[in-house]
Design a protein around this ligand. Structure first.
Ligand code: ASP
Length: 254
């Protein structure tokens, strides 16, 4: 069993304690027998509820002052659930988790909000925060005792982007990827991540024989130093995190 958690590439605040707390929550759940999806989602909920992070309650505002969030959950059993440009939901990762069990993969905007409401999630005003930096999204990758791997991510996007902008977080293969023996989540400038299909391509490097750490470095090397990027990943034998900027992250494994 293992879980790796991040609090966003480029986070300038002292938030390592928040990531450690979230990792402890996910690890305890795994230790008690929870499946990888439940552990990854619960870990991200802890970070969404910590307003120092750019997700859920602390999501950054768009140029028009609105708060819109993206989130994703995927399992290497083949299921995927994503939401994009979702307003008035404190824990968007929980909506993505519900979408995962539907016969569609992605909901956006009003449709996502209506769906959340129909599934018993009560909308609440999310004040968001005036973060002076871009980034600080959150994510977790967990592997449970059965060997299943799940990835969960949540973000308020990147500060200064327009209403309706969707980043990499719900972008399959870009912001997240999981397959047999691998799970990866990205953070940083979403447009740069999506355009390079980052998580899928990093997973291909592992399939081609690189270690997890080498594959993450391969991914970071695709970018110039001023494009903030971070990655966390698990394989069947190890966990790793890496960033070309400061990125709080934590790993628990047995
Ligand atoms: N990747 C996220 C986005 O572009 C932001 C982040 O990771 O901090 O929406």
């Amino acid at each position: 069993m293992r879980i790796v958690v991040h609090g966003g590439a480029g986070h300038t605040g002292e938030v390592q304690d928040g990531v450690e707390t979230a990792a402890d929550v996910g690890w305890k759940l795994l230790d008690e027998g929870a499946d990888a999806i439940s552990a990854a989602v619960a870990t991200v909920v802890v970070l969404e509820d910590d307003s120092r992070f750019n997700a859920g309650t602390g999501a950054c505002r768009r140029t028009d002052g609105s708060v819109q969030t993206d989130a994703a959950v995927a399992c290497n059993d083949g299921r995927l659930g994503t939401v994009a440009a979702l307003e008035d939901i404190a824990n968007p990762v929980q909506v993505a988790r519900l979408v995962m069990d539907e016969d569609f993969d992605a909901l956006a905007g009003k449709g996502a909000l209506d769906y959340a409401r129909s599934r018993g999630i009560t909308p609440a005003m999310v004040a968001g925060s005036e973060k002076p930096w871009a980034g600080d999204t959150v994510g977790a990758v967990a592997q449970d005792a059965s060997g299943a791997i799940a990835v969960a991510s949540s973000t308020g996007g990147v500060s200064g982007r327009p209403v309706g902008r969707v980043g990499d977080t719900p972008h399959w293969g870009g912001g997240l990827w999981t397959d047999a023996g691998i799970g990866i989540a990205a953070t940083g400038i979403g447009e740069a991540i999506s355009r390079r299909l980052l998580c899928f391509r990093v997973a291909q490097q592992v399939a081609d024989g690189l270690s997890l750490a080498e594959a993450l470095e391969w991914g970071l090397a695709l970018y110039p130093a001023d494009v903030c990027i971070g990655l966390i990943a698990l394989s069947d034998s190890e966990g790793a995190g890496a960033s070309n900027a400061s990125m709080p992250w934590a790993l628990r494994q047995d």
